[in-house]
Ligand binder design. Structure first.
Ligand SMILES: [Zn+2]
Length: 312
């Protein structure tokens, strides 16, 4: 499917800041445990976000940081008040999809329905446009997958799902903020599609080690900050990644085993003071602010108002 491969242009001239991102999900939204992420197979499990989101908002306020919160639709439906609090505190709300299912394992049309449903839910909840998307577990995986184009087709301005390292993503994915452009698709869809891509930060130079997973929790935060400053100094937009369950400072409230447990637990219990040091090391902002894309992108107001009027 070579026609799925977009043209990639690095956004080299943009005056970027530093971006902080939060994937708003429970401890059990782990793609390595299918029985937890498929809602119809999920057993009753304890939840933490109602407690952790205010804690995270306080932490960011203390550090004078802002972030983009990529919110799961199923979480927004359960905790609408918490999601409004995020926006009221000056943060950006983006979409993490409706359910925490791997995008690349779903037919593109099914993914389109999922992300469209989540975008509409969040926009109705907040009364403002949702510009950004991040797939669960970086699962757009590779530029050439047709799923990436579905994100553009759903009306998102930017994506932050293409990891520039193997397994989660690919070394062929852009390392720096880029514009992806697809030619017109068919006789029906005559306009070219565009999507801005803001990939997650890595450290370790050539090795491109993820800064936002267990690998990042194991190293001194000053090392991650140095990687962010280097990336920024090269004209890039450093995108840091945090999860609410990483700051709980309590044992995980339900069972996890094998690789899921390793990835979730490694370096987690003592992570909060490290995160504080990382937050203090740079002026972290939302992606929309740090990339300077907040102002020019507006949803047509009547579309929002019509949906709000329907009681969304
Ligand atoms: Zn996630």
């Amino acid at each position: 499917m070579t026609h799925c491969l977009p043209a990639v242009t690095r956004l080299a001239e943009w005056p970027f800041g530093y971006a902080l991102t939060v994937d708003v999900e429970e401890w059990y939204h782990n793609c390595l445990v299918p029985g937890y992420v498929h809602p119809e197979r999920r057993p009753p499990l304890p939840v933490e976000l109602d407690r952790l989101l205010p804690k995270l908002l306080d932490l960011l306020a203390e550090s004078d940081c802002r972030a983009t919160f990529f919110v799961l639709g199923e979480v927004a439906e359960r905790l609408p008040r918490r999601i409004r609090e995020i926006a009221r505190a000056g943060h950006e709300v983006g979409s993490h999809g409706y359910h925490h299912l791997r995008a690349c394992e779903r037919p593109p049309a099914e993914l389109a329905r999922d992300i469209g449903r989540c975008k509409m839910l969040l926009e109705d909840l907040l009364g403002e446009p949702v510009r950004g998307f991040r797939a669960p577990e970086w699962s757009l995986r590779h530029l050439r997958r047709p799923h990436v184009r579905e994100v553009a087709a759903a009306g998102f301005l930017y994506d932050s799902s293409l990891a520039p390292y193997p397994l989660s993503g690919s070394r062929r994915n852009p390392l720096y903020a880029s514009r992806l452009t697809w030619p017109a698709w068919s006789a029906v869809e005559t306009a070219a599609r565009e999507l801005l891509e803001f990939p997650p930060l890595t450290f370790g130079g050539f090795w491109r080690i993820p800064a936002g997973s267990w690998t990042g929790r194991l190293v001194q935060p000053e090392r991650l900050a140095a990687a962010a400053h280097r990336h920024h100094g090269s004209g890039g937009l450093p995108v840091a990644v945090v999860h609410p369950w990483e700051i709980s400072e309590q044992p995980t409230p339900g069972p996890l085993s094998g690789a899921a447990r390793f990835i979730h637990e490694t370096g987690r219990l003592h992570y909060l003071p490290r995160l504080r040091r990382l937050l203090a090391a740079a002026p972290w902002r939302s992606i929309a602010t740090a990339a300077g894309v907040a102002a020019p992108f507006r949803l047509a107001a009547p579309a929002i108002l019509a949906r709000v009027a329907r009681g969304g």
